[in-house]
Design a protein around this ligand. Structure first.
Ligand code: NDP
Ligand code: OAA
Length: 277
């Protein structure tokens, strides 16, 4: 048995072994940051991608199926690939005895899948982790929920090109709009389900507050902005919250806020932090 000793001679925990699913705009930044931070007690053991050549520049093992990913003996699998990947692999990861961090939180708008993942985590004694992602203020909102919340609303604005390839294309002429245009008003469940690459934050907010059906969402195509703007309004017994985030977009994906992979990184590093906030 090998014991890692810190500078005071105390036993240090073994490095946390992390595996990724997806090496796109989010996954690649997480991978680069983890590779640069071996000293922080975290080791990137490999990634699951659709194509074996995707990780070539990162010099990490890349596999194209779940079994060889789990054979790398991760302690934590981080999904950064999309709703389809969670449906394909999520429950199996947990059932194999490995914790799972989901970036594609919006997939939990599917109540049956939510129940399946929760059951898999419970029966295996593992944790399903959800990062704050492109959002903020969730600590306050979860405390306010305990005190009693009555209304929660998210307004997400993105430039027209960020809504390409979504149902917004059938509702308005994205190339022609000249003023901010609301094209969706509904529940967090509907937003997360119908805009799987754009409205994961709606699900995250809902899970921390009033739930998928009572958390309200507006989606807006805004030709006057560069990045992604998320506004949260919450009202309850503990007071009112008004929060506006003006997020820089990822240089590799205009739908995704640049802060998202760093939020995941924070969640990962906090598992090995001596002082955790
Ligand atoms: N929680 C939050 O705040 C946020 C969550 N998200 C979520 O994160 C996801 C990833 O975002 P982002 O990195 O910007 O997207 P990208 O499209 O840049 O990257 C996704 C990557 O995952 C790969 N991929 C897709 N399906 C699979 C699969 N089954 N197995 C392995 N790899 C797969 C894609 O490969 P290929 O291109 O070959 O299909 C692509 O390389 C989004 O789809 C969204 O669900 C995004 C932003 C914020
Ligand atoms: O990154 C963002 O700003 C939000 C996003 O795409 C999502 O929640 O899916």
């Amino acid at each position: 048995m090998t014991l890692n000793l810190n500078q005071h001679g105390a036993a240090a925990p073994a490095p946390l072994r992390v595996a990724l699913i997806g090496l796109g705009a989010i996954g690649r930044v997480i991978a680069q940051e983890l590779l640069a931070r071996e000293a922080d007690g975290v080791t990137l053991v490999g990634a699951l991608c659709q194509h074996a050549d995707e990780g070539a520049s990162l010099n990490i093992p890349v596999v194209t199926a779940l079994a060889p990913l789990l054979a790398l003996k991760p302690d934590l699998v981080v999904e950064a690939a999309g709703h389809g990947a969670v449906k394909a692999y999520g429950a199996a990861v947990l059932r194999s005895g490995v914790d799972l961090l989901l970036v594609s939180v919006g997939v939990l708008s599917d109540a049956a899948l939510h129940a399946e993942l929760t059951e898999a985590a419970t029966s295996a004694g593992r944790q399903l982790m959800l990062p704050s992602g492109a959002l903020a203020g969730l600590d306050y909102l979860q405390a306010a929920r305990l005190a009693g919340l009555s209304r929660v609303c998210l307004r997400s604005r993105k430039p027209p090109l960020a809504w390409r390839g979504t149902p917004a294309e059938g509702l308005l002429d994205l190339a022609a709009i000249t003023v901010p245009t609301v094209f969706f008003c509904g529940s967090a469940r509907e937003a997360a389900r119908d805009y799987p690459k754009n409205a994961n934050v709606a699900a995250t907010l809902a899970l921390c507050t009033l739930g998928m059906d009572d958390t309200r969402v507006e989606l807006i195509a805004d030709p006057c902005i560069q990045g992604n703007v998320h506004e949260v309004e919450a009202v309850g017994d503990a007071g009112e919250m008004r929060l506006q985030l003006n997020n820089t977009a990822s240089p590799d994906n205009p739908k995704t806020s640049m802060v998202t992979p760093y939020s995941v990184l924070r969640s990962i590093l906090s598992r090995r932090a001596t002082v955790s906030v």
